[in-house]
Design a protein around this ligand. Structure first.
Ligand code: SAH
Length: 327
């Protein structure tokens, strides 16, 4: 598939079901039927960035900000590991309160529980990424968000597209499994640029790609914009699977927010990963990158059971291993 073919498929809705079925087949043949569950801990909603779409942006003065201390983060991870999670994802706003030593100490303690550790804490220096890797971090998620440089600049004041790329290259060169991805349906985003996003994932040789629809948040400048389309986000995801048969692709929470069965549909259209939220409810409700995400998850064990049952109901199995990219 070259760029023009991707654009044509994205513009033509008459063959969507065939595309989703093909992506499902490619997923089955290349990464199998098991679904990897990753336990997501949202440990701080404090952020120095001002991304126009995100509810955690520093200009949102109404957000209820919190930080979970390192001991509590480790204990949340321990609970998640005790009920079966094989990967812990640590996500936060870009909160400079946690210095390299603190992050490294948290990683070390979680790694001693015999699980994979994924970080999703934004743009850091090469030396910081290296320090996390040395103590055992396995993976890093940093979405490019959009490869349209002008749109990127509009959406992300005071940061640079070039640095985002540099961060992804640094992570790759340090030997992380690198996750990236994009938002679908940002105001003024074109189908042409979505095709470029898919080609970018391929060129980077991303190990994981997370794709979700943009969902407007009331306390942001994009409050009056329309949500991204579920079908378009699903199609970008499906085409990514077809282009990159052996990577990990999550059925994102944002998909579930705009479609009540969104994650299961995504699992049947190319995805093979789900990231249930294991953050305690008192914090989770405050971590509002977009609205609606907290209606989905319940208490820790119940959430795990519910998603396991859904996975089994579509004749898929819950993976028992770390869920690295299959090469
Ligand atoms: N600070 C970290 C984590 C960001 S939150 C980082 O910079 O990587 C994880 C993802 O949520 C973001 O990469 C973005 O793609 C997504 N997100 C943020 N706001 C959103 C919105 N309004 N709708 C849908 N997804 C959103």
């Amino acid at each position: 598939m070259n760029k023009q073919q991707i654009i044509d498929i994205l513009n033509d809705n008459s063959k969507n079901q065939e595309i989703f079925a093909l992506a499902d087949k490619v997923r089955h043949e290349n990464v199998g039927d098991s679904v990897h569950l990753r336990g997501l801990i949202e440990f701080s909603d404090i952020c120095r960035c001002d991304c126009l779409y995100c509810g955690l942006r520093c200009s949102n003065k109404t957000a209820d900000r919190y930080r979970i201390n390192k001991d509590e983060i480790v204990s949340i991870a321990r609970n998640a590991v005790s009920i079966g999670y094989k990967t812990i994802v640590l996500q936060s706003g870009e909160d400079l309160f946690y210095n390299t030593d603190t992050i490294c100490e948290i990683i070390r303690k979680i790694k001693s529980m015999d699980v994979a550790v994924t970080l999703s804490i934004g743009e850091k220096t090469y030396d910081e990424y290296k320090a996390y890797k040395v103590v055992g971090a396995d993976r890093y998620l940093l979405r490019i968000e959009t490869t349209d440089v002008n749109l990127y600049k509009t959406m992300h004041p005071n940061v640079s597209f070039e640095n985002r790329i540099k961060c992804l290259e640094n992570l790759k060169s340090l030997g992380y499994e690198v996750g990236t991805g994009c938002l679908v349906g940002l105001p003024n985003q074109t189908v042409d640029s979505l095709a470029d996003d898919i080609l970018f994932f391929k060129a980077l040789d991303a190990d994981m790609v997370g794709i979700g629809p943009f969902i407007p948040h009331k306390q942001t400048p994009l409050k009056d914009s329309v949500s991204g389309s579920f079908d378009l986000a699903l199609k970008v995801m499906a085409l990514t699977r077809i282009k990159m048969p052996n990577i990990n692709i999550p059925a994102t929470t944002a998909m579930e927010v705009i479609n009540p069965n969104g994650r299961i549909i995504a699992l049947q259209s190319g995805a093979n990963v789900v990231m249930p939220n294991v953050t305690p409810e008192i914090y989770r409700t405050k971590y509002e990158i977009y609205p609606g995400k907290n209606n989905i998850c319940d208490e820790l064990e119940q959430a795990r059971l519910e998603i396991e049952n859904k996975i089994k109901s579509i004749k898929r199995a819950v993976s028992q291993d770390y869920g690295n990219r299959r090469k």
